[in-house]
Design a protein. Structure first.
Length: 391
């Protein structure tokens, strides 16, 4: 009996298990959409500092709102002079009235919150100075009943607490409507965040396309003499060097590429025209303008014919966006400042001196003047004027 002491020199092939479709794999997986963070700092950076549409919308609204003429009146008369008018005209040594109000409205549009601080005491009894406090540095301190009892202002390691339980409240907080937050407002920037991301992504894609000589993505396919060859390391390095040196960048735009030795170009991306790239970007820009209430016609965006002409769009911009914002702020100021002066008065928009409403106000004056069945007192009331003082 012969025993087999040694195994065969050639081992038996190992059993393999594989799917018949193993070679059929997806080139790209299902990626997730990447959105910017929704905190105020990120939205300010990507929506105001880094997006021309958001920047222009906020600047347009804030500058227009800060230039709206304001009058001070009480139930009996309209004041020609008043300490609060001087305060608003020169609120502090570093800012004029227009700059202060522009900063105030800008914060309200960027974050949904705007804060105004009354500093010092004037001989008239009112504040000596007014300052706008940055919204991203303010924190509401709620009491047991949910109402704010203090505001905490934090700059680095320093902090200051404003006590709101005083007779004269040191800080005015104006906030936009937010359906899910009791203490902070909702900014138009948050509603427009998705459109801003799309617009910024389109700009980055356009820049990357220009850096790549305005060519869509593609692949250079190498086929050897037998159709299945592979490039050597030296050939691959030489090809990459030539592409980076002679065919990338704006300076090489339009330069033809010579493919030899079994090389072939295969496009694997969409061209800008295939993607309707410009329409995507314009649609995102119109959505940003819509969130802020700015007619796209005022921003020079094509394809918007909502208004008959620029004049109609300008008047609608004031009526639907600027004046409601200013009226909201003036109502808050009218509720806050009188406690310092010890008398009741109100700050109102002087509609008769708003240039955008000149024709509209003139037509209203003509209609009221021609209404012979109205008394002078009723006419003044319809025009928003206080009663005529008795002589």
């Amino acid at each position: 009996m012969v025993l087999q002491l040694f195994r065969s020199a050639k081992p038996e092939p190992a059993e393999t298990k594989a799917s018949a479709a193993a070679r059929v794999v997806p080139i790209h997986g299902g990626g997730r959409v990447s959105w910017s963070s929704r905190d105020s700092g990120t939205l300010t950076r990507v929506g105001f500092l880094g997006n021309p549409v958001g920047f222009r919308c906020i600047k347009l609204i804030a500058e227009a709102a800060s230039a709206v003429p304001v009058v001070v009146q009480d139930a009996e008369r309209r004041f020609e002079t008043h300490p609060v008018m001087d305060l608003i005209a020169a609120p502090n040594p570093g800012q004029g009235g227009a700059a202060l109000l522009e900063s105030f409205y800008g914060n309200l549009l960027l974050t949904g919150d705007a804060y105004l601080e009354a500093a010092g005491m004037h001989e008239s009894g009112g504040p000596r100075e007014l300052y706008v406090l940055r919204s991203d540095r303010m924190k509401v301190v709620p009491g047991s009943d949910g109402w704010p009892v203090a505001y905490e202002y934090v700059v680095g390691a320093s902090r200051h607490v404003f006590d709101m339980r005083q007779e004269r409240v040191p800080v005015l907080h104006v906030k936009a409507f937010h359906p899910q937050d009791d203490h902070y407002g909702l900014s138009p920037m948050q509603a427009a965040a998705s459109a801003i991301d799309v617009h910024n992504a389109a700009s980055r894609w356009s820049k990357a396309l220009l850096d790549n000589a305005a060519r869509p993505s593609g692949a250079i396919v190498y086929r050897g003499a037998d159709g299945h060859g592979m490039m050597t390391a030296e050939q691959h390095a030489r090809l990459v060097e030539e592409i980076e040196t002679y065919h990338q960048g704006a300076q090489n735009a339009g330069r033809p590429m010579l493919l030899e030795g079994g090389l072939d170009w295969k496009q694997i991306g969409f061209s800008p025209s295939d993607m309707e790239f410009h329409r995507t970007k314009e649609a995102a820009a119109r959505e940003v303008a819509l969130a802020f209430g700015v007619p796209p016609m005022l921003l020079g965006l094509p394809g918007d014919n909502t208004y008959a002409n620029y004049h109609e769009a300008h008047r609608a911009f004031y009526r639907l966006t600027v004046l409601p914002l200013v009226s909201k702020a003036l109502a808050a100021l009218s509720n806050w400042l009188p406690s310092f002066y010890g008398e009741r008065f109100a700050l109102r928009v002087d509609h008769d001196n708003v240039p955008a409403l000149a024709e509209e106000r003139a037509a209203l004056w003509r209609r009221i003047e021609g209404a012979s069945f109205l008394t002078d007192a009723e006419k003044r009331q319809l025009l928003g004027l206080p009663p005529q003082p008795e002589v």
